[in-house]
Design a protein around this ligand. Structure first.
Ligand code: ARG
Length: 369
C-alpha cells in the first residue's frame, strides 16, 4: 500500500505547478510536443508515488535562471541567462555542503572577474537530507554589541551571537568574516571557517582624499545570498546560494552608509572637512558621493568586478527591451530597483513596475534561529 494518498491537496498543487513549469520550460527551450508530454507523464507518476519529482539538470539550470529573471528586486537581471548552475543534489553530509560552498566561492570569485552562479543542494521532501544554510550571505562581517556601540556590522548582531553560542569566537575587529553554519535536517547546526583563500576582500580608499583616516575600511568581493528558497515548478530548494557581482551603491550607499549599518558618513564628512553643523551644507550628500566614488575606484583598482548604478540602470533598460521582444512582461519592485544614489538620473525612476509574483522564484523563508 502507498503511504501517501495519490491525490491529496498538496500533491495536486505540486502536479499543477510541475505542469505549468514544464510547459514553460518546453516553450522556452523548443522542446517537442511529444517530449513534453512524455516528461509530464513521468513527473506525474513520480509525484503520485513520492509527493514530489526530480528535475533533470537542464530543467534545473533553466529554472534557476528563470528565477533570476523573475527577481523583482534585482536590477542586474540582464545577465539571467548566463548564470552558472552547480548541481550538488547528491550532497549527503554537512562536509559535502561545505566543500560545495567553497567550490562555489572559488568559481564565483574567479580572481576578481566575478561569475554569477548558484549551487543547488537537495530539494525539500526527502527525509533527513534537506539542508539549511543559516548565514544570510556566505561572506558577511560579524557584529558585536559593545558598551560603546556595535563593532562591525549591526545587521549581523543576532547571527553573530548564534555563532558564539555554537562555539565560534571572532577577533572583535569591525570586519571579521563569520563562519558558515550548515544544518542537515533538524540536526544540530555545524560551523565551518572559510579559508581566506576563498574570501576575496577589497581594501577601500578614495582616489584623491583620505576619507577613512585610520578606519580600516574594506568589503568582500562577492555577495552570495544563502538564506532564500528557490522554488521551481512546485519543488523547493531550501539551500540554493546564488551570487552576482556588486553594484557600488549596495556597499557605498547602504552597507557602509546607513545609520543602522556601518554609519560612516559622519567620519567621511569630518575627513573631507565638511561643515556638518547644518543640513543645508548637504554634507551627507557630499560624503555619500565620495564614499561611493571610493568603492568604485577601489574595486576597479583591485580588479574586482563591480557596476556603477548608471551602467546597471542602462543594462536594466536593455533587459526590459529584450523581455518585451521575447513576449514576456517585466515585473519589478520600484522601491528596490531605484538606486539609492541620484535615483532620478536613471530611467528606472521615471517608470513604474508591477510587483507581481512569477514562478520560478526566490522566496524568503523562516529564519532557523
Ligand atoms: N545588497 C546586498 C549586500 O549589500 C547584496 C544583495 C545581492 N546583490 C547583488 N549584487 N547580487 O550585501
Amino acid at each position: 500500500m502507498k503511504s501517501i494518498p495519490a491525490c491529496d491537496a498538496g500533491t495536486e498543487a505540486v502536479r499543477s505547478e510541475a505542469a505549468s513549469f514544464l510547459t514553460r520550460y518546453a516553450e522556452e527551450t523548443n522542446l517537442q510536443e511529444a517530449a513534453l508530454s512524455a516528461r509530464m507523464q513521468e513527473a506525474f507518476a513520480e509525484i503520485d508515488v513520492t509527493g514530489t519529482y526530480r528535475h533533470t539538470y537542464e530543467e534545473l539550470r533553466h529554472g534557476a535562471r528563470m528565477a533570476w529573471r523573475n527577481a523583482n528586486r534585482c536590477i542586474g537581471r540582464l545577465f539571467w541567462n548566463r548564470m552558472h548552475v552547480f548541481d550538488e543534489r547528491e550532497a549527503e553530509t554537512e562536509e559535502d555542503v561545505y566543500h560545495a560552498l567553497l567550490r562555489h566561492l572559488a568559481f564565483a570569485t574567479n580572481a576578481g572577474e566575478i561569475r554569477p552562479a548558484i549551487t543547488l543542494l537537495p530539494q525539500e521532501g526527502r527525509a533527513g537530507r534537506t539542508f539549511r544554510i543559516w548565514n544570510h550571505q556566505l561572506l558577511r562581517y560579524a557584529g558585536y554589541e559593545r558598551p560603546e556601540g556595535v563593532v562591525g556590522d549591526p545587521s549581523s548582531v543576532r547571527f553573530t551571537r548564534v555563532c558564539e553560542r555554537l562555539g565560534w569566537q571572532g577577533s572583535g575587529s569591525p570586519f571579521d568574516l563569520l563562519p558558515l553554519v550548515i544544518q542537515r535536517g533538524d540536526g544540530r547546526p555545524r560551523l565551518f571557517e572559510i579559508p581566506s583563500s576563498h574570501a576575496l576582500e577589497v581594501p577601500l580608499s578614495h582616489p584623491d582624499n583620505d576619507i577613512f583616516g585610520s578606519f580600516p575600511a574594506k568589503w568582500y568581493a562577492v555577495p552570495v545570498i544563502s538564506d532564500m528558497v528557490l522554488e521551481i515548478g512546485g519543488v523547493r530548494y531550501t539551500a540554493a546560494p546564488f551570487n552576482g557581482w556588486y553594484m557600488g551603491t549596495e556597499i557605498g550607499a547602504r552597507n557602509l552608509a546607513d545609520e543602522g549599518r556601518y554609519n560612516l558618513l559622519p567620519l567621511v564628512a569630518a575627513n573631507l572637512g565638511l561643515d556638518t553643523s547644518s543640513n543645508i551644507t548637504l554634507w551627507k550628500d557630499r560624503a555619500l558621493v565620495e564614499l561611493n566614488a571610493a568603492v568604485l575606484h577601489s574595486y576597479r583598482r583591485a580588479g574586482v568586478t563591480i557596476v556603477d548604478h548608471h551602467t546597471a540602470a542602462q543594462q536594466f533598460s536593455v533587459f526590459e527591451r529584450n523581455e518585451e521582444k521575447a513576449g514576456r512582461d517585466v515585473t519589478g519592485r520600484w522601491s528596490w530597483l531605484v538606486p539609492p544614489l541620484s535615483p532620478a538620473t536613471t530611467p528606472v525612476f521615471h517608470r513604474s513596475y508591477e510587483d507581481r509574483i512569477v514562478s520560478p522564484q526566490f522566496l524568503h523563508q523562516e529564519t532557523p534561529y
